[in-house]
Design a binder for this molecule. Structure first.
Ligand SMILES: Cc1ncc(COP(=O)(O)O)c(C=O)c1O
Length: 370
């Protein structure tokens, strides 16, 4: 039995006719950009996140960048984020003109280590970006506490966590702003690229809407140099259709994760990522950790038996060449640097079957023990 890493064809199938009807509606009205579908999706998505306002943009990277600018982050500022994230998190900080500062991650959850982040605060620190990696919320109680005590802004990188909760927090509801990606493989994926910012502060969202539209305060009235980062009507229409299925898809991911966890917990040579107390992750990714010396051989052997795997992410941001000038070299984030060599991302998608999970576990356990 072959097991793919994700199956986007299966995910789209039940909505196919609705997507086509949405396309037809946009074609028949000619409102390709800025149609009513945009505001309608933004309202639905803000509500879903328990926030008050949302702005749709072209990508998750744009969401991070525009949110940082709208929060007043720029030249001369430092922004702390977790070393283990997709490169876009650090990239957006640099694109905003600020300096990324990478904090280590917690050994058990692989999410930002707030104590380590606290040690990296300087008078220049303007903002902290907790990354809700793999679909689990960072420790937002402690992130907010730290931010409050130093007058920092909080921007959640929620690209992998649509619908996730932890304690009283829900992804996208808690902070000054949150950035989401709708890249097709995400828990909520567009039929192409997409992203959004949520905020309880209307002025942040107004600013983001200006930034996504060439800095226009009114037609042909450009008050700052910005971007063309608008998300088009068709993507918004299709996202609103998919949003109605998101809770069901997340529930399915959680059930699959529970099955994975019960098969793999306590098995020699395999370590799971902890679910923090009170956390309800949405399992964008299903991560296991194995002996770093065997990791690549295990992946190769699994691949030969038809089980697709991946690594998220092989290099922590502090060790990326593009950030070498920051001087956060090897040893500055030891947990992140070690754990990325141990991690394997297993297949995880809402339409995955119990039999497929069993097959992945059988192959993994046989390979780890070999
Ligand atoms: C944690 C994280 N942040 C930011 C991004 C950037 O999103 P996008 O690919 O939509 O630009 C991604 C998506 O890959 C991500 O996983």
């Amino acid at each position: 039995m072959k097991v793919p890493f994700v199956d986007l064809v299966a995910w789209a199938k039940p909505s196919r006719e609705e997507y086509l009807a949405a396309f037809a509606q946009v074609i028949d009205t000619g409102s390709y950009v800025g149609g009513p579908q945009v505001g309608s999706f933004e309202a639905a998505f803000a509500k879903y996140c328990g926030s008050d306002h949302a702005a749709a943009v072209k990508t998750g990277t744009d969401a991070l960048l525009l949110a940082l600018r709208a929060l007043g982050v720029g030249q001369g500022h430092e922004v702390i984020t977790a070393a283990n994230s997709f490169f876009a998190t650090g990239e957006a900080i640099a694109l905003a003109g600020a300096t990324p500062v990478f904090a280590d991650v917690d050994e058990a959850t692989l999410l930002i280590d707030v104590d380590d982040a606290a040690r990296r605060v300087t008078p220049k620190t303007k903002c902290i970006i907790p990354v809700h990696l793999f679909g689990q919320l960072a420790d937002m109680d402690r992130v907010h506490q730290l931010a409050r005590s130093h007058g920092m802004r909080v921007l959640e990188d929620s690209a992998q966590a649509h619908g996730a909760t932890r304690g009283n927090w829900r992804a996208g509801s808690s902070a000054d702003a949150a950035a989401f990606s709708f890249y097709p493989t995400k828990n909520l994926g567009a039929l192409g690229e997409g992203g959004a910012i949520t905020s309880k502060d209307a002025s942040v969202i107004d600013h983001v809407k200006r930034l996504r539209d060439h800095g226009q305060a009114g037609r042909h009235d450009h008050v700052e140099v910005a971007y063309n980062a608008r998300l088009d009507s068709v993507q918004c229409a299709c996202l609103e259709i998919s949003l109605r299925r998101l809770d069901g898809a997340n529930a399915s991911r959680r059930e699959l994760a529970a099955q994975y966890r019960s098969r793999l917990a306590g098995k020699a040579g395999v370590r799971l990522v902890d679910e923090a107390p009170g956390s309800a992750p949405v399992y964008h990714l299903m991560i296991v950790r194995v002996d770093a010396a065997k990791r690549d051989a295990i992946r190769n052997a699994m691949g030969e038996q038809g089980v697709a795997t991946a690594i998220h992410y092989p290099t922590p941001m502090n060790l990326q060449k593009a950030f070498a000038h920051l001087g956060q070299g090897a040893g500055s984030c030891p947990v992140a640097e070690r754990s990325v060599r141990e991690m394997i991302s297993l297949p995880m998608f809402p339409d995955m079957t119990d039999a497929q999970v069993d097959r992945v576990c059988d192959v993994l356990l046989a390979t780890v023990g070999a």
